[in-house]
Design a protein around this ligand. Sequence first.
Ligand code: ADP
Length: 532
Amino acid sequence: MTDDRQTLDRQAREQTARELAALNDRLMAKNHALAEALTRAGKELTKAKSQLSQLAQPPLTFATMVKVDSSRTDEMGVTHASAEVIVGTRRMIVPVAAGLNASRLAAGRTVILNEKMVLVDQRDHDTSGMVRTVTEPLGDGRLVVADAGGNASVVRRASTLASHPFDKGDRVIVEASGRIAVDALPRANDADLVLEETPDVTFDDIGGLDRQIERIRDAVQLPFQHRELYARYDLKPPKGVLLYGPPGNGKTLIAKAVAHALAEGDGFGERSGTPGAGGVFLSVKGPELLNKFVGESERLIRLIFRRARERAADGRPVIVFIDEMDSLLRTRGSGVSSDVETTIVPQFLAELDGVESLGNVMVIGASNRVDMIDPAVLRPGRLDVKIRIDRPNGDAARAVIRHYLTDDLPLEGGVDADALAGVLVRDIYTRSPRRHLADVRDEHGVWNALFLADVTSGASLKNIVDRAKTLAVKASIGTGSDVAIGVDLLARAVEEEFTETRDSLLDADPVQWSRVNGFDAGAVTAIRGVEH
Ligand code: ADP
């Protein structure tokens, strides 16, 4: 019995122990889960807290460092420094955080101010800002710079530029307040400013301008050919020639042909160039120069003439061709741009007056608005030979066309190029309704009919022939044989040119259109279409 009881007791104890152990396991697991949940909650809390504090953080301010203003150490050995900075356009003195090494703060660098306007951090210098052109590096390191309008100001250099060798014409980035140059930019490329070529255009390539070519030959060639005679009669050769008239009629062609002819030494005597070396044609476009180099116009004028002298040094004749000269050498007092009037014209005159000693250099200007050019430029001894290059009349047009419509082309049987040119000219120059482009009103309120002939230029004649050639090429593709150019194709080409010219005319601003096309001021104040 006792044995039985003992057995029962043991069994009961063992049962209890097992139950207790199981309970313990469950409790342990629960505990573990709770602990994990607690840790997770703790983490969430920390995250939320940091998000909250970030939301509540006051903004920091960017500023540009100017200089450390003062730095003193107190009795406790702590350094107190302040700095002059620029915030936006405001100049301020701010304290420098104690942890920051004030001696490392450098002019021009970006610095960070906290909400109490304490300088707490230094970054690299800004890489963006306003572009300015250096007009004068001052002895004390400051720079005189100019903006696109030529307005000058003085700026200090960032510490990174302290020993940068600045030259007139260099470009810098100036920070927003306009007080400090923070970075140097590569120089604007001078190389693409002045185009240089050795032209192979000859006077024979130019149609319909025989009289004008003869004049330029007299003006340019004779003095080259007969230098002694000119000297004996104390006759000074011209330094330059002005070609004027509407665009696209051969001004550039003539200037190039002069450069070529002088180099050919075509009877030009001792002043002719080295045979075979070719003439040098330096060309610049007035408006391009102005846009690119506002504020440093003198440098640009010097640059052109220096280049001319360099090229002429080895005996090659040099033509300096200035296209759209009126924009660059505008009448002083016209008030359009102070820069042009006050610096470019005098600088140009000074260089031009020095041309005499340059020997082989000649200036040829082109303009469709001669009335806009400063009269001083056109005075005797300067660009005193003025030659008008007008739109071609019928005869001249025929001569121009013959340069592009030649006998060696596939032409319709039975007609020669000259006959075709004649037909073409009649079609272009007729003053009948089918070539009536539009009506234009002049400054007196009078409406005049404008015909295709009134706007035809050497360039547009070439264009018409090119259109006919294109039509022929297109028609030839796939047919396996050359499609000949004939009356029909040419008529289609004129029709295309007429339609395009009319459409662009009706879309144009009248005043602008008349200026671009070389009409006198006031000739066209309004344009209206006509019913066809
Ligand atoms: P611009 O008078 O504006 O200087 P260009 O001499 O540049 O005119 O002429 C533009 C183009 O028109 C020339 O390259 C040439 O193809 C053509 N052209 C103009 N005039 C003539 C001409 N008289 N003879 C032959 N081609 C001409």
